[in-house]
Design a protein around this ligand. Structure first.
Ligand code: G3P
Ligand code: CA
Length: 303
């Protein structure tokens, strides 16, 4: 039903305004902030991304022990902080094949403890002392300057801990008056997830009308990029975010998605050449890019 509604809305848009999604300027989504130049998911990375002209900044979401949404890519803190030095005994042992590994899970730490961690030194001494921000802090720093593209990351792992990431996200956005689509045109919000279930929960249980991008990149990726798969996506999302290689493997997917009103924003462009950017933006006609180098994003159109 939703796909029919969204298709009718698209047709109406084209009839009334002469515009299609293709006509909108493509979106620069700063992947984890300006990831190429600053430690991911820190204030420093997000502020640099905004300075470099990002339309959106992209916080991946995890949850602390006391139920606060923070901007962090991994479910663990080890890769991007000094947690192993600050809290040497607070690891869990996990089995990876024959190996027993020590991992420090974000959900085992309170926000107060996470605030003590250095999230910048691993990237470079210039960033020593950078902190993991909460989603509240990300919203506050972006407000009026850029949109926010939050990703519900591994939400199913938090259900076991008694948390609904979707509920926390909706409540946090509501605290800032951003829970409805178009609430603040200066700070638009698009939600993204690799979890179709997470987007369905937002739509159906929380009645969210926010635009939603379904990330595609797992072992079932090809299935979603067929005409039937794209129609299925349109039941719970307004766009797709495929790994960029998938669009090279499925050259008809952009047109197929646009034909039913889905936007297409592929990931991840790292140190891209002008040729690569031109191919995706101008030849394939995508609606935006998740990019590590916001300063490389071309603003001069396709000519
Ligand atoms: O969200 C788009 C892209 O960020 C997905 O990859 O692993 O960097 O979150 P990841
Ligand atoms: Ca992400």
């Amino acid at each position: 039903m939703r796909s029919l509604v969204s298709t009718l809305a698209l047709v109406l848009l084209i009839v009334l305004t002469g515009c299609s999604p293709d006509d909108a300027a493509p979106l620069l989504v700063a992947h984890r902030g300006a990831l190429a130049y600053a430690p991911e998911h820190t204030r420093e990375a997000y502020e640099l991304a905004i300075d470099q002209g990002a339309d959106f900044i992209e916080p991946d979401l995890q949850i602390t022990r006391d139920g606060v949404l923070i901007a962090l890519h991994d479910v663990t803190l080890d890769r991007t902080t000094d947690v192993a030095e600050v809290f040497p005994d607070r690891f869990r042992e996990i089995q990876r094949g024959d190996e027993t590994l020590r991992r420090w899970f974000a959900v085992d730490f309170t926000l107060e403890e996470i605030r003590r961690l250095d999230a910048g030194s691993w990237f470079g001494e210039d960033f020593a002392g950078a902190r993991i921000p909460t989603l509240t802090e990300v919203i506050e720093l972006a407000r009026g300057q850029a949109g926010i593209f939050p990703e519900t990351k591994a939400p199913e792992t938090y259900v076991e801990q008694g948390f609904s990431m979707e509920r926390l996200l909706v409540e946090e956005l509501a605290r800032h008056g951003l829970e409805r689509n178009g609430a603040d045109p200066e700070t638009p919000v698009i939600v993204q997830s690799f979890s179709a279930e997470s987007l369905r929960i937002l739509r159906e249980e929380w009645d969210s009308d926010l635009p939603m991008t379904f990330l595609i990149g797992g072992s079932d990726a090809d299935r979603w990029l067929t005409d039937e798969g794209l129609r299925d996506v349109s039941e719970f999302a307004t766009g797709i975010g495929p790994a960029k290689q998938l669009l090279l493997d499925h050259p008809g997917a952009v047109a197929g998605a646009h034909a039913i009103g889905l936007t297409v924003i592929p990931y991840t462009f790292d140190d891209p050449s002008p040729l690569e950017l031109n191919h995706f933006l101008c030849e394939l006609g995508v609606d935006g890019l998740f990019i590590n180098n916001p300063d490389r994003f071309p603003r001069d159109g396709c000519g």
